[in-house]
Design a protein. Structure first.
Length: 210
């Protein structure tokens, strides 16, 4: 199956573990779509665990998945705020978007309590100003309740595989949002549960091109 009928997707991850926590399930489920996962930093500006080890945790997580429909890409900077918006747009366009035949960009939302997630969300529109790239936002652990998703993906048996992947992030494993209770809550939506969909991932389709 393909995710929203897309062949190739560029995922913008502000930090290591953002893409894995938020949307690893669709990579596992939609194996006919290829996901290029671009991690823009080695961690948050206020996170003492920020270092090259975080990138290795990303590699370890995906090696556990046994998925084949992804490519891991890593930016050159330690922190997201090492570049301004126009510098990030030029960097991503020149190094990743040109001649890559992407159908879609996936990113965080502007409705987020993490300022670096908000910053990265602003990159999607300028990156798609000429090329007809669909824009889809994914829910992160810091996404605010004011953000309204319009696409829910049932994970089914892929949920267990995703949880196994997340255990690779040992630098984060003792943080509250990595407890089983919070992880299960993050992947829960009342209406989806009522309809028998079980654990889900949440997305918002901003624009789409067929």
């Amino acid at each position: 199956m393909k995710f929203l009928n897309h062949d190739k997707v560029l995922v913008l991850a502000p930090h290591p573990d953002d893409a894995e926590y938020s949307m690893a399930g669709i990579v596992l489920k939609f194996n006919e779509t290829h996901f290029d996962i671009l991690c823009l930093s080695k961690g948050g500006g206020c996170d003492p665990t920020t270092n090259e080890r975080r990138h290795q945790e990303v590699r370890t997580a995906w090696s556990r998945s046994r998925a084949k429909n992804y490519t891991l890409l890593f930016g050159e900077n330690d922190y997201v705020n090492d570049r301004k918006i126009d510098e990030w747009v030029q960097y991503i366009e020149c190094n990743f978007i040109q001649n890559k035949s992407y159908n879609c960009i996936m990113t965080t939302s502007e409705y987020d309590s993490h300022h670096e997630h908000v910053f990265v969300s602003t990159l999607a529109a300028p990156l798609s100003r000429i090329t007809p790239l669909s824009i889809v936002q994914y829910r992160s652990p810091s996404t605010l309740e004011s953000w309204t998703p319009n696409c829910f993906v049932s994970l089914g048996d892929y949920y267990g595989a995703k949880m196994e992947m997340l255990q690779a992030f040992q630098s984060q494993i003792n943080k509250p949002y990595f407890t089983k209770l919070v992880l299960d809550g993050f992947h829960t939506n009342f209406q989806c549960m009522k309809k028998g969909l079980g654990f889900i991932e949440s997305y918002k389709i901003i624009t789409t091109y067929e």
